[in-house]
Design a binder for this molecule. Structure first.
Ligand SMILES: *Cc1c(COP(=O)(O)O)cnc(C)c1O
Length: 380
């Protein structure tokens, strides 16, 4: 690929017109097996669709290009991607540092699944490099980072933690779901592996569940690909195609998500019923300067705390009409949710518990005036 700008790669990387027909979009190869030209005579390396499928290959090459990596791998969900990564790089007794504000499902994967297989973990505020250093053990193999975090929108300095990881002989893993590669490129900042829930901004239309891993370490890429095939939680052809279709418009969607979220955050910050707005684009946000350094813009997620506590926060979620009450994020339509009772119910009572008066918005790409009016009505 000679074109290097993100918007061009998003549309073309891994997606040459089909050799047989000239189809400009990679077809959905809804197929399990492939004719061999004599035993072992594979056409293009395809023998069985768990190992490789042309539609999935197109997506995997595209994802690698967008993150600036050498290897991309597409999975059935974000958590399937995370599980494959953990079982590739960890053995019993190894230790992992995870953020004190990790995605609830990621925390559950460590605390309820990996721990039973002998993986040890500690929680740290990854925005504080000293706190991460203090959490390291002589068996720490992975430092896990989300930035921005979910749902508190905390920011971690990726380059700084890449230094910490390198010194410790650990790998830095960055969950780039909230930013997307259009806003932030962790590999270029020193991360070893990028994780995605492609369910969110990459797919972008709330119509597919998927996950991905991208690395620029060729040897690790091979090991991950081995485990992807050996464990089998691959993205199906139609799901891979939907993510690829979504990614083509990622740049224009993200521009609008960011612009709308900025307006929403500013409106909420001035609203008397709102006690705090968590958005890295606001100058008062603790991570604003780091975010400005490592991100192109500040993303489409906004969280805020409501005066009147948990009951009032739940009531606001019930009152919006345009913001749909629902889990997930990153689609073209705006969503609202109460993390404490919904997405983050699984971390209740743990070190990762979120405040009860917190509301999370996934700001969509509708008319911002309609979005502001809906929130204003709901807060009245
Ligand atoms: C949704 C999400 C995941 C998990 O992905 P699934 O596709 O739901 O399995 C992981 N990390 C973050 C930040 C997420 O938002």
């Amino acid at each position: 690929m000679s074109h290097e700008h993100f918007e061009t790669l998003a549309i073309h990387a891994g997606q040459e017109p089909d050799a047989a027909t000239g189809a400009v979009v990679p077809p959905i190869y809804q197929v399990s097996t492939y004719k061999q030209d004599g035993v072992g005579g594979l056409r293009g390396g395809y023998e069985y669709s768990r190992s490789a499928n042309p539609t999935r290959t197109a997506l995997e090459e595209n994802l690698a290009a967008l993150e600036g990596g050498s290897r991309g791998l597409a999975f059935a969900s974000g958590l399937a991607a995370e599980d494959c990564l953990l079982r590739t790089v960890l053995t019993p007794g190894d230790h992992v540092v995870i953020p004190n504000d990790a995605y609830g499902g990621t925390f559950r994967l460590f605390a309820k699944v990996a721990e039973r297989w002998g993986v040890r973990w500690s929680v740290a505020d990854t925005a504080d490099a000293d706190a991460v250093r203090a959490a390291l053990t002589d068996r720490t193999k992975v430092i896990w980072v989300e930035t921005p975090t979910n749902p508190l929108l905390g920011i971690t300095d990726i380059a700084r933690l890449a230094d910490v990881a390198r010194t410790a002989g650990a790998r830095l893993v960055v969950d780039n779901t909230f930013a997307s590669p259009y806003l932030q490129q962790p590999l270029a900042l020193g991360a070893d592996v990028v994780v995605h829930s492609t369910t969110k901004y990459m797919g972008g239309h709330s119509d597919v569940v998927g996950g991905a891993l991208v690395t620029s370490d060729a040897a690790l890429g091979e090991e991950l690909a081995f485990h992807q095939n050996a464990m089998g939680a691959v993205a199906g052809p139609f799901d891979a195609w939907l993510v690829m279709r979504g990614v083509k418009t990622l740049a224009v969607r993200m521009d609008r998500h960011c612009a709308n979220a900025t307006r929403v955050a500013e409106m909420l910050a001035a609203h008397p019923k709102v006690t705090e707005v968590l958005y890295p684009g606001l100058p008062g946000h603790a991570g604003h300067e780091v975010a400005a350094k490592q991100m192109r813009a500040f993303g489409g997620m906004v969280s805020f705390r409501v005066a009147g506590g948990e009951e009032e926060a739940v009531a606001v979620c019930d009152r919006t009409k345009l913001f749909t009450l629902g889990e997930s994020l990153g689609g073209v339509e705006s969503l609202i949710e109460h993390p404490g009772r919904m997405t983050h119910a699984s971390v209740a009572g743990s070190l990762l518990e979120v405040p009860g008066d917190l509301v999370r918005l996934s700001v969509g790409i509708e008319s911002v005036d309609d979005l502001l009016a809906d929130l204003t009505d709901a807060l009245r």
